[in-house]
Ligand binder design. Structure first.
Ligand code: FE2
Length: 242
C-alpha cells in the first residue's frame, strides 16, 4: 500500500513571520508532524507554498524539509513563482518551458502532476497527460493546484476558479484509468463527483475560507491536510484538521 500525504496552500510569508496574524509556519508543521502523516511513502505539496512568491518563504519550507526522509513532490500554485521556487527545490527535470508538470513512479504506481499556477492548464500539458496516462495499464492518480470543477464554494467558484475548466474536464473525462484527482487552492475540503471521476479538494494549512458567502470570510485558522492510502484494490482519502 502507498501512503501519500497531501499538504496544500501553506502560504508562508517572509520566513517565519506571521501572515495576516496567523502562524502559517506552525500550521504547516502541525500538518507535517501529525500522527496521520508518519510513515509516508510520498509527501505532496500541492501549490501556494508562498503567500506572495517570496524567496524567504521557499527557503524556509526547504529548510524545514532538509532532513525529511520521504520523497517530496511539489507543484506551483497561483501564489507561487516557478522561477524563484526552482532555486530552492529540485524541479529542473520537471519544468518544460515555463510550466512544472511531470509523472512520478513509485511502488509500481504512477502519479501525475499538472501545473495550473497561472490559472489554467496549458494544452501542452493536457496532450502530454493523455499520452502518458494511456501508456499505464493500471489506475493512475493526478494532482493539480486548482480543482478542475466548481465545488460549491461561493467565493472561490466565483473569483478564483480554473480558467479553462471545460477543456480540462473534457480531456480528464477521456482518461479511463483516472478516477481520483487531488487538488487544493479552495481553502476548504470538498469531494466532488465529476462524472465517474472524484475530485478530492484538500483543505489549506494556512486557513479555511467560508464556502457559503460570495465574499472572503475566514472560517477557521486551523490547518487541514489529507492522507491517501492506495492499495491493490482500494483507494481511501481521509481529511484531517488540527
Ligand atoms: Fe491557490
Amino acid at each position: 500500500m502507498l501512503k501519500i500525504g497531501q499538504i496544500s496552500d501553506i502560504h508562508i510569508g517572509n520566513g517565519e513571520e506571521l501572515v495576516q496574524g496567523i502562524d502559517v509556519c506552525a500550521n504547516f508543521l502541525k500538518a507535517l508532524n501529525s500522527d496521520s502523516m508518519q510513515n509516508l511513502d510520498l509527501l505532496v505539496l500541492s501549490g501556494d507554498l508562498a503567500e506572495n512568491s517570496q524567496a524567504a518563504a521557499y527557503k524556509h519550507v526547504a529548510s524545514l524539509l532538509k532532513d525529511y526522509k520521504v520523497p517530496v513532490c511539489i507543484i506551483p500554485g497561483n501564489h507561487d513563482d516557478l522561477n524563484i521556487m526552482r532555486k530552492y527545490f529540485d524541479l529542473e527535470s520537471k519544468i518544460h518551458g515555463d510550466r512544472c508538470y511531470y509523472r512520478y513512479d513509485l511502488g509500481g504506481r504512477t502519479i501525475f502532476f499538472l501545473d495550473s499556477g497561472c490559472g489554467n492548464v496549458s494544452q501542452d500539458q493536457l496532450t502530454w497527460l493523455q499520452e502518458e496516462a494511456s501508456k499505464i495499464k493500471g489506475e493512475v492518480i493526478l494532482f493539480m493546484h486548482h480543482p478542475p470543477c466548481f465545488c460549491g464554494h461561493r467565493f472561490m467558484d466565483l473569483r478564483y476558479h480554473l480558467e479553462n475548466m471545460v477543456e480540462v474536464q473534457e480531456v480528464l473525462a477521456g482518461i479511463k484509468n483516472l478516477t481520483h484527482i487531488y487538488a487544493g487552492h479552495y481553502h476548504h475540503q470538498f469531494e466532488v463527483n465529476m462524472g465517474r471521476q472524484i475530485v478530492h479538494v484538500a483543505p489549506a494549512t494556512q486557513f479555511q475560507i467560508d464556502p457559503n458567502v460570495p465574499y472572503f470570510n475566514l472560517k477557521s485558522a486551523a490547518p487541514g491536510w489529507q492522507l491517501i492510502e492506495w492499495g491493490e484494490k482500494f483507494l481511501e482519502t481521509t481529511v484531517y484538521f488540527e
